[in-house]
Design a protein around this ligand. Sequence first.
Ligand SMILES: Nc1nc2c(c(=O)[nH]1)N[C@H]1C(S)=C(S)[C@@H](COP(=O)(O)O)O[C@H]1N2
Ligand SMILES: [Mo]
Length: 372
Amino acid sequence: MTTGPDLADVSLPSRVAAPDEAVGADELGLAARNHGMPLELLRHDLTPVGAHYLLTHYDIPYVAEQTFRLDVGGAVRTPLSLDLAAIRDRPAVTMPVTLECAGNGRARFHPRPVSQPWLHEAVGTMAWTGTPLGPLLSEAGIDEDAVDVVFTGADHGIERGVEQDYARSLSVKAALDGDALLAWGCNGVDLPPQHGAPLRLVVPGWYGMASVKWLRSIKAVTEPFDGYQMRAYRMRQHSDEPGEALTLIAPRALMAPPGFPDFMSRTRVVRMGRHELEGRAWSGHGEITSVEVTVDSGATWLPAKLDTPSGPFAWRRWTLPWEVDSAGRWILSARAVDSTGRAQPTELNEQHWNRGGFANTSLQRVEVVVLG
Ligand SMILES: Nc1nc2c(c(=O)[nH]1)N[C@H]1C(S)=C(S)[C@@H](COP(=O)(O)O)O[C@H]1N2
Ligand SMILES: [Mo]
């Protein structure tokens, strides 16, 4: 960690926007780098590679495949240093995994925590190809007294005055027994640079911050890992409280916007007749067991039909026929419940605010004008 006079101007504390404060140029800059998935692509089971959302805290590092090594060390019996060929020679699996940024929905909080200003679109599902993490760690032989496994990326930056390599940890148990992959491919192609080439971690069911891109080192440690990114991703009301760590993804349903949009407002325009509403729902805690949809601004809720998901960590498609027989203006929305009973709010304007702007699963508001 480096702090000092040179970093004074970048050591600012996190900030919450004033009630009427517009998104600033710094937030716009982040939004332009870290694009979301256009919501109409919720119609696709797998998100096309270039349309999956992106979240990169610093720069996309240049990592040369020829000289790449993954170091596995720390509190292990047999430290390993593997090149890409050795990793790709290991048993491979391909599985669809829905990734969602913990900050998805942040810009819809009132007041708005100033950071990457996601509305709804920080989500995507790709078929990730890689080798399971657990067996590799077992071969290295994690020491009995190790508690966490730290994953470090090749990217480097400063956040609130703290200079760092991007690093996150999992407990030894989650790393050994979980479903995490060391992935080199997505949707049948090699990882592109922006998604972590040549190798990244993918932790199914967890918010995206756990899935470390440009992975260069895995280290078992005997003290709980307390790096910057572990302290940052916590639910807090005030900046001085410890807060609760973000882990698994909370349930959410989104609707592919029906009809056609107005260019600026994105308000939807729909003609009278029969439409099929559709979208996707997901949860890191368990299977989605119900999706309810409102077509009358929250007055009534109708059960949607659920398709079979393509895997235990992939979003689930839902559909609902919608017969439109009168002109008007409505808010449409959907709400998800999972097998653990976790659920989205029941009211259209209900929000559970926190200072980091995390896990905002307040309901989507799809504004629709029905033409007469
Ligand atoms: N090395 C590294 N890994 C990272 C990040 C990062 O900035 N650096 N961002 C994390 C966050 S916050 C998210 S939401 C996901 C996004 O993955 P994607 O850009 O492939 O969609 O990557 C995670 N892994
Ligand atoms: Mo994220």
